[in-house]
Design a protein around this ligand. Sequence first.
Ligand SMILES: *[C@@H]1O[C@H](CO)[C@@H](O)[C@H](O)[C@H]1NC(C)=O
Ligand SMILES: *[C@@H]1O[C@H](CO)[C@@H](O)[C@H](O)[C@H]1NC(C)=O
Ligand SMILES: *[C@@H]1O[C@H](CO)[C@@H](O)[C@H](O)[C@H]1NC(C)=O
Ligand SMILES: *[C@@H]1O[C@H](CO)[C@@H](O)[C@H](O)[C@H]1NC(C)=O
Length: 418
Amino acid sequence: MKLLPLMFVFFGVSLCEVGNISEDDDIELERQVKMMNRPPVKTFVTEVGDTIDCIDIDKQPSLQHPLLKNHKVQKEPTLHLTGFGGNFSHTKSIQFGYKESCPVGTVPIPRITKKDLIRARALPRMPSSTAAGQDALQSNQHVLSLSLSLWVVSLTEDMTENTKYGVYGRLSTYNITVAHDQFSSHNLWIETGPKDHISMIAAGWMVSPQLYGDSLSRFFIYWTGNGYRDGCYNLLCPGFVLVDKELPFTEPLPVSTYGGDQYEVLIQIEQVYHSKFLQFVKNLSTNFPSDQDHKTGNWWLILFDDQTKIGYWPKELFLYLRDGSRHVAWGGVGLADSNGFCPPMGSGHKPDGNFKHATFIRRLQWIDAKGVPLLPSDKVSKWVDKTLVYDLQYHSKLWRRTFGHWIAYGGPGGYCRL
Ligand SMILES: *[C@@H]1O[C@H](CO)[C@@H](O)[C@H](O)[C@H]1NC(C)=O
Ligand SMILES: *[C@@H]1O[C@H](CO)[C@@H](O)[C@H](O)[C@H]1NC(C)=O
Ligand SMILES: *[C@@H]1O[C@H](CO)[C@@H](O)[C@H](O)[C@H]1NC(C)=O
Ligand SMILES: *[C@@H]1O[C@H](CO)[C@@H](O)[C@H](O)[C@H]1NC(C)=O
């Protein structure tokens, strides 16, 4: 595996606070902004004032990634997707996208400014859901001594005998207020590998002034292929290949109200490389046609009830996650500010058993080698970093058939250094 000097420099140093920028740094930022902004076919401004450039799908900035030099964009995947069910009369599925869409053959890329890159550099990496628990158990001191405190609340499917080829969940959304140097994320994880070289994908919704420049609840993705030496949030670095022309990345989401309407966003991440499935089918038919989609091993991001294929993380990006994943997880992350205050997470209320009170992720499922969605095993581990300010409840009994297995989690936040 080649190291990526480029990514290393720009995204590996994201832990330091950025104050004054040196001249060299400034030149690099300019260069990067230039690299990430390709000549648009069309440009439009969204309702909340984001500038979106429609870029030729074959010239999108992600293809500048050194590992994707000869990458051919997989435009029309014939994924064999399984439905996950779960329509429920007391929740509303979010179907979001830009009001204006891009011309055929182009994809909508939020314009990146130098300011965006500087703000994003100050943003800490997405923590691993499996490492969170281990770190804290091994040495609480270690976690506490970090100047940036990231606290994880999660349910991890840990039965490593089961290789996971995907994860699914329906996440309820809320408005919450966080300080400029805090963030609160609510997401699914896919991750494999030792801590220092972990490969990870995350997707969900987040409130992060540092990432977005405001406090709206917005969709986000994150990836790293090799222990944070590469990768980034959203489309701030090359990697994620967009296919849908109505990308909802930076769009603010409709939100639920405490005790009232519940809005949920459906997220599915699936690797379309079922080696065992292939073997299985080949056993059935020696004349099995070579199915390109089953060979690429790309991890697809699929949203909404209608299973819109947004785009994918090419397999080449990852040191691990090449043939399935050992772990999948559901939960949230709170980034405490420098004074030791944790942000609210979810609805700002701890779970109390009522799905309209705390934020939830429901219909928890993972996908096996044959593409079949399955319920979490009995080897799930529940992790709550700061029980004073956050909590998580796992409901593994089918409460209502359509609701599925679910977690409710989050809390009000508050002082959490001790
Ligand atoms: C930036 O540089 C200026 C002038 O050199 C200095 O006054 C200011 O305190 C510096 N700011 C930071 C955040 O270091
Ligand atoms: C769920 O409901 C939505 C809108 O009510 C509908 O468009 C969608 O097809 C339904 N999905 C399934 C899997 O029944
Ligand atoms: C959530 O916040 C946004 C932005 O401040 C606002 O427009 C929206 O009405 C709020 N929604 C609810 C349900 O409070
Ligand atoms: C396919 O056939 C091979 C050889 O006969 C066997 O070892 C393997 O277990 C089979 N795989 C599946 C998934 O049935």
